[in-house]
Design a protein around this ligand. Sequence first.
Ligand SMILES: Cc1ncc(COP(=O)(O)O)c(C=O)c1O
Length: 395
Amino acid sequence: MTDELLKWRSEFPILDQTVYLISHSLGAMPRETYARLNDYADTWATRGVRAWAEGWWDMPVTVGNEVAQIIGADAGSVVMHQNVSICQSLILSCFEPTPKRNKIVYSELNFPSVMYVYEAHARDGRLRIETVASDDGITIPLERFLEAIDEETLLVPFSHVLFKSGFLQNAKAITERAHEVGAMVVLDTYQSAGTVPFNVKELEVDFATGGSVKWLCGGPGAGYLYVRPDLQLQLQPKTTGWMAHEAPFAFETELRYAPDIRRFLHGSPSIPALYAAQSGYRIINEIGVQNIRKKSTRQTERLIELAREAGFVVTSPQDTASRGGTITIAHDDAAAITKELIRREFIVDYRPGAGVRISPHFYTSDEELELVVNEMKTIRDTRAYAVHETAGAAF
Ligand SMILES: Cc1ncc(COP(=O)(O)O)c(C=O)c1O
């Protein structure tokens, strides 16, 4: 069988040196990123301050439009920020909790940084957090999640795909339930965008946020925030700055919010990160997430089969429709095995409770799946991992 997507391998330098199976953490850098960062430096060097008016100032919106294509949003409904944590703070700053609507509902398997944001805001007693428990550390029962969302719920910040286990949550059902009771959802699409196809408009989510470090191969510093178009003008974020002003260069002493998505910006943007990230978005948009998912599904199924044949226990969801692009493999010494794999140039990672996380992406060959499982088996059978027995997560 020919794998059309393998033609992209030559665009990713690290694939020549390693078996790179960690796109759930840091996607491989496209060769084009060198050129984009060079463009950035050239523009600064030759255009100087004029660069702001010649494109830099608008980049949080123009680059956001490229992300919009990936997540099924309209142009003008996505802005770029540094990361998901700041986007969550910014969203929360749009709301005033009242004694009747002050509850935040999320699951205990939410990404911790997101929980820290809500926890910190809840300290003054104006917000309450209800944490939905997992029975197995891998999945969250949908019914339990839906029951926790009630008339007192203000916001439901939840991950589309759980970072630890790869469990794909039912975003449509959670959003419908939230809307039924007058709550809003914040969908964290970090672990789905670029590997699981979805459309924020079809899901009818109020907000979506993610970053570019992982499946989008865009590198650090390029987080994105989608706000439902009909909601935009109703909100006035308190986390703000001059980029959110209708006329920033009028330097007025009072804030007048921009009448569009720009009101969700704050201060000066991270321009180099936006240049770098575009190289990843362009490749993802060219290939199409549907095509990436098709290959990912085939390869994650193959990985499960290989892992089982080698006598490993797979902890990520068995059913393809319930997982994203990651497979997790349990072992008592998973952290030490991971460390030894990395030493041997097999780049994967480890998360407590889940085990070794392995993620093929569109640039992964089928041979690499066999190589990694064989290597894990050898490391286990020879106990070569024993030298790392005190290992934890390294990145
Ligand atoms: C689901 C999810 N959300 C958020 C983050 C990161 O948040 P931030 O962009 O604030 O670093 C990650 C991974 O690092 C993640 O997997």
